[in-house]
Write a protein that binds this ligand. Structure first.
Ligand SMILES: CC(C)(COP(=O)(O)OP(=O)(O)OC[C@H]1O[C@@H](n2cnc3c(N)ncnc32)[C@H](O)[C@@H]1OP(=O)(O)O)[C@@H](O)C(=O)NCCC(=O)NCCS
Length: 325
């Protein structure tokens, strides 16, 4: 069976990849968000918040697909590999064939650490990962929030914490305004060094406002959307907290991604503030989003508490496995 990398503009092939991934989702995790063909096209065409995605298919009408996320910059030693096999075609060696070829390619490219998520419980996924020398680095808890579960008034209360006079809260959809790009880039670059990540080795990056603007533009050109909120410390002009939500094209779901409060600004409920501000902004823009999904390390109790207050409820656990090449 032919193994091939799917070109980002090959709509027909990406549609077939989509059909297989959706069959696997419906079989393995029926409650997980159903991605549309346009979401896959967007992922293949532009870097998302975490890096670039490549799809590799086994078979012209694929029986198995590898979805590889290449982390950029200081994390280019790592990649995230997801393998999904047609539910009717499992335990026939397809997963192994795809895995071997993907790992060979990743090693040849100089990636030294591969991570893979297994949604729990999964006897096959766990046996597959552990049988190939992967070990659990961290367990993540997924949560789902009804975007309209709280009233505007309830959210506005979270948005106005005590002491907020020192902080200006800005929220927007679409591209980051030019004057805020350096502030967002600084927090975005620092984030990996400041979040609980178990035995994973994500590192802080270099702040690059220009690169961030280009990435946002490219992603938005695919029809995807973005909602962000930033807290700026008025006396110093420093960026104090930031959050980002990603909206795939035409989807009823959004992904709540990174939220970060800079260490010198913790203890003012700014995490809750920026998340509530972003949620209000998302609701104010006509985008049809009903559900918001997020995922955090189980040990990250401060973020879990914020999410619960905003109406996020547990929706599964994923073991993040890691293998050093
Ligand atoms: C995990 C998955 C990729 C395995 O693919 P596959 O083509 O069925 O697996 P293979 O035929 O290559 O089998 C390889 C090994 O996986 C494990 N495995 C596969 N099916 C299994 C099952 N039903 N029960 C227990 N272990 C199983 C075994 O260790 C097997 O080795 P063995 O044949 O020597 O026992 C597939 O079940 C799948 O798509 N699951 C959902 C997504 C997922 O969990 N992906 C893994 C994280 S990237």
């Amino acid at each position: 069976m032919r193994l091939h990398t799917v070109a980002p503009d090959d709509r027909e092939k990406l549609d077939r990849v989509h059909r297989l991934l959706d069959r696997a989702r419906a079989h393995d995790h029926p409650t997980a968000p159903a991605r549309s063909p346009r979401e896959l096209l967007s992922l293949a065409a532009a870097p998302g918040p975490n890096g670039e995605t490549q799809f590799t298919a086994l078979g012209d009408d694929p029986v198995a697909v590898a979805e590889t996320l290449f982390f950029p910059g200081t994390n280019s030693h790592m990649a995230h590999l997801r393998i999904a096999v047609d539910p009717e075609q499992r335990h026939l060696g397809h997963g192994t064939a795809l895995y071997r070829s993907a790992m060979k390619e990743l090693a040849a490219e100089g990636r030294r650490e591969v991570i893979a998520g297994v949604r729990l419980p999964s006897e096959a996924g766990t046996a597959f990962a552990e049988g190939r020398g992967f070990t659990v680095a961290v367990v993540n808890r997924a949560r789902r929030c009804d975007a309209h579960g709280l009233t505007d008034g309830e959210l506005r209360e979270f948005e106005n914490p005590a002491g907020s006079a020192d902080y200006e809260i800005r929220a927007w959809t679409g591209p980051t305004p030019p004057h805020d790009l350096p502030l967002v880039a600084a927090l975005d670059a620092a984030a990996n060094a400041l979040i609980p990540q178990g035995d994973l080795t994500f590192q802080a990056g270099e702040a690059d406002a220009e690169a961030l603007a280009c990435e946002e533009e490219k992603l938005l050109s695919t029809g995807a959307g973005m909602v962000q909120a930033l807290a700026v410390h008025r006396p110093t002009g420093e960026p104090a907290a930031w959050t980002r939500m990603d909206l795939p094209p035409d989807a009823a779901h959004a992904y709540q991604g990174m939220t970060l409060v800079a260490p010198g600004h913790r203890g003012h409920r700014l995490g809750l503030t920026v998340k509530a501000a972003a949620l209000l902004r998302l609701r104010a823009s006509a985008n049809g989003v009903r559900w918001i999904w997020t995922s955090n390390a189980e040990e990250n109790s401060p973020m879990a508490a914020i999410n619960e207050r905003l109406g996020y409820r547990p929706a599964g656990r994923t073991a993040m496995y890691r293998k050093v090449l």
